[in-house]
Structures are given as structure tokens and as C-alpha cells.
Design a protein around this ligand. Sequence first.
Ligand SMILES: N[C@@H](CCC[C@H](N)C(=O)O)C(=O)O
Length: 262
Amino acid sequence: MDLGLQLSFFKYQGTGNDFIIIDNRLEIFPKNNTKLVAFLCNRKFGIGADGLILLESDTMSDFKMVYYNADGHQSTMCGNGGRCIVAFARKLGIINDSTQFSAVDGLHSAHIANGLVTLYMNEVDEIRSKPKYHFLNTGSPHHVQLMEELDGMDVKLEGAKLRYGLYGQEGSNINFVQKVDNDTFKVRTYERGVEDETLSCGTGVTAVAIAMHHYGNTSAEQIHIETIGGPLTVSFQKKGDTYTNVTLTGPAEFVFKGEIAC
Ligand SMILES: N[C@@H](CCC[C@H](N)C(=O)O)C(=O)O
């Protein structure tokens, strides 16, 4: 691309869900340039990532998170990206070990302890169900489907069928789940906007944990999730029909920084 821009960026990953993060407090980033974001996220021609995140100033909280999928479009909440931007904000010295920041779905609290980032997610009080799957929104829309076995599944193929077949233009992320024991589940996710399987999806595993509890597949309120990119923990409390104090905990790691002319 030849926009005459010299961009400094940081690459982060949370259980293999990887992001380009840009400090946009000086508002240098052309936010409506879909082609630029898609180029930066492209793994062959650009830097490569599942999504791009801008850290911006906010009057209500420590900072604001603006999230784009790899297709270049701004999207809904990203749980792993939320954990990564918290680690980035600490690296920049904007926060210490705890914070409150604003995202597309509202304010989120988070803290860092023992090398892991815990992010508070929105409450969930609506889960729609069909015989073979559940649908809920944990900041992003998620289809949750229990399977006998995930190994050997073509998640890109099966996920795309459901994402386009069931959810129309708006689409949904698609999570396939295998129960390991009462409080452990394996999850593989097809992500809308990446249009492929990613190694992990934070809002996705949150949706899985809540759906598995709601439909009696677990009695635990702290659920261990095995993603291809590593382990995540989701905890919550059920009060009446509402899942509250929902947290997502896991690693969020700096990978490298760089500059790109575009
Ligand atoms: N990777 C994310 C989810 C990002 C948003 C998603 N692709 C969508 O558009 O709904 C996560 O960790 O939650």
C-alpha cells in the first residue's frame, strides 16, 4: 500500500489468537480504511494476525479498545484481544495491575496476576436453544454445539456451513465442544471475520462455559477450557436466570514490535 504512512505496531497473542495492537492515542490511524486493516492482518502480504486493535484515549476509563477482524471491518467484543490490550496498556505504563477500559460492549474491568490476565465479561441473561445447538451473546455472537470428538474435524468447512447457513448476513462465530470431564471442555472455534478456525476465541469459550452450565453439561462454576492454543479458565455465578461475575483468565503475551511503511 502507498498511503505514505509509517506505523509502529506491537504483536500480541492470547492462547494463539493473535493481534496487531497500535497505540492510537494521537489518532494517527486511518480508522475507516478497511483495505489497510485487511492488508496489515494478511499473513502473506502484511504482518499477519486474526485481528487488529487500537488503543485510544477515553474520558470514562483508562483507555478505549477498538477492535477489527482480519477482514478489515470493525466488529464486536474480542475476549482474547481484551486480555492482550490490558497487557499492552501495562507495557506502555498507562495502568498498573488493574484497570477499567471501554470497549464496544461497554466497560470492562481486568487485572493481571501471576502472569495471567483476567477480564470481566458482560452478564449473560439470554440463551437460545435448538435440539443440536445453543446461541448466546458474550459481547460477540456465538453458536455452541456439543460433539462426540473434535480431533480430525474440519472446523473451517463445518463452521462456514453453519455461519452462512444459519445466521445470514450478520453471521456468528461457531464453537464446537467436546466434554472431557465435569469441569473441563475442549473447544475449537470458527471465527466470523477471520472466516477460518482460530487457535482460540475468548468470547467463544466464555459462551461455551455458560451454555454447558445452563444446559446441565456441568455443575461447575469454574470451567477449564482446552483450546488448540492453550488453556483458558472461565468462571461465573448464576443468579436467577443471569450469569454474572463472568471472568475469562489466561495468558496474554507480547510477541514482537515493528514498523511498517504503508
Ligand atoms: N477472537 C475473539 C472474537 C473476535 C470477534 C469475532 N471474530 C466476531 O466478529 O464476532 C475473541 O477472543 O473473543
